[in-house]
Design a binder for this molecule. Structure first.
Ligand code: ZN
Length: 344
């Protein structure tokens, strides 16, 4: 979890945002990338403070998109690609909008806002979404199942977890421990373990509301035919660095081939699941290149994209608790520069 001091959030960033000075930190020839994870469905909806932290309200999304249109130049994915390949130049201070995971709300809640604002978006989708019933993301279901009173002994046995260390973690730490261990399994062995957990948990996954569902193949085709671009996000969204090399290669490569087959179009961009240095590294960069993608995005950073890092392109990760001023502080790269300066 990022640390932002209240002084920065409440005083410094708003002052710089409203005076327009944050924009001064963005060079004219910079290209910035924003990353969403979708839009929270309207009420009545039972909010989940931890798992919803990556989603924004549709009102907030609209506000941020309008801000981008008024202050930066929003570009589409093909213009970004042409710039990356040095075939074309971009307008001053360009911004590419992206969104990860392919939740059903990307189509039902997010697309209408994008369309009414005339903003294009590059969506990163898991290959499992090519099927009829991709269901929920396995690590989100795992979180819910762990709330259902499963004994720690059962959890240790299922995920082969070290008892001593597990005990010291908070609930979220325990969950992440399970996510890391389950990512070492191939997708079918992992699904089997989650099935076992399902049989032990009092939580009933089949009752999870629409909020958690991923798009299926038909919905994905609708999203693509609306003019939005599609990129790949592995098959099942594991922590790639935990996978065996063969499994990681399959996760990356098959997501491209399955999505291309479904959409009948080239899928040239990739985004690493979780996308931070704890979950991917040099091996994953090589796998994305090997799989035939033209570029790949991480989910950290902010500020100008470095086109020489085509397989580790930085993105500003938008979170639910960001004010517009904080959004711009991250987007402009000012927040990161400040943090780097503080760290020395
Ligand atoms: Zn993701």
């Amino acid at each position: 979890m990022r640390f932002v001091s209240p002084l920065l959030r409440k005083v410094v960033y708003p002052a710089m945002h409203y005076s327009g000075s944050l924009k001064g930190f963005v060079p004219n020839d910079a290209c910035l990338v924003v990353n969403y994870h979708g839009v929270i469905p309207p009420d009545p909806y039972c909010r989940h403070p931890f798992l919803d932290a990556n989603l924004v309200s549709s009102a907030e999304l609209r506000k941020q998109l309008r801000f981008l249109k008024n202050n930066y130049n929003v570009i589409d994915a093909e213009s970004f690609r042409a710039w990356l390949e040095k075939r074309d130049v971009l307008p001053r201070r360009s911004v590419l909008v992206t969104c990860d995971d392919g939740l059903a709300n990307n189509l039902s809640e997010m697309l209408p806002v994008l369309q009414s604002e005339g903003v294009p978006c590059l969506f990163f989708i898991t290959g499992e979404s090519c099927g009829e019933r991709p269901g929920v993301l396995w690590y989100e279901e795992l979180y819910h199942l762990l709330t259902g009173g499963v004994s720690e002994t059962d959890i240790h046995t299922i995920f082969e977890i070290d008892r001593e260390r597990f005990h010291q973690h908070s609930f979220q730490g325990k969950w992440w421990n399970c996510v890391m261990n389950a990512s070492r399994l191939n997708a079918s062995a992992r699904a089997e373990k989650i099935g076992l957990l399902r049989s032990l948990s009092k939580f009933v996954s089949s009752k999870l509301p629409e909020r958690w569902r991923r798009m299926n193949g038909e919905e994905l085709k609708m999203l693509a035919s609306s003019g939005m671009r599609i990129g790949a996000h592995t098959m099942s969204h594991p922590v790639l660095a935990q996978c065996s090399e063969d499994e990681a290669r399959r996760e990356v490569t098959q997501s491209r081939t399955d999505l291309e087959r479904l959409l009948g179009d080239k899928v040239w961009a990739f985004a690493y699941p979780f996308g931070n240095p704890a979950t991917m590294g040099e091996r994953e960069v090589n796998l994305a290149r090997e799989a035939g993608f033209e570029c790949a995005f991480v989910n950290v950073g902010g500020g100008a994209v470095d086109p020489s890092q085509r397989f580790a392109l930085a993105r500003t990760h938008v979170t639910a608790d960001m004010s517009l001023a904080e959004f711009e502080a991250h987007l402009s790269g000012f927040h990161n520069r400040l943090q780097a300066a503080v760290r020395g």
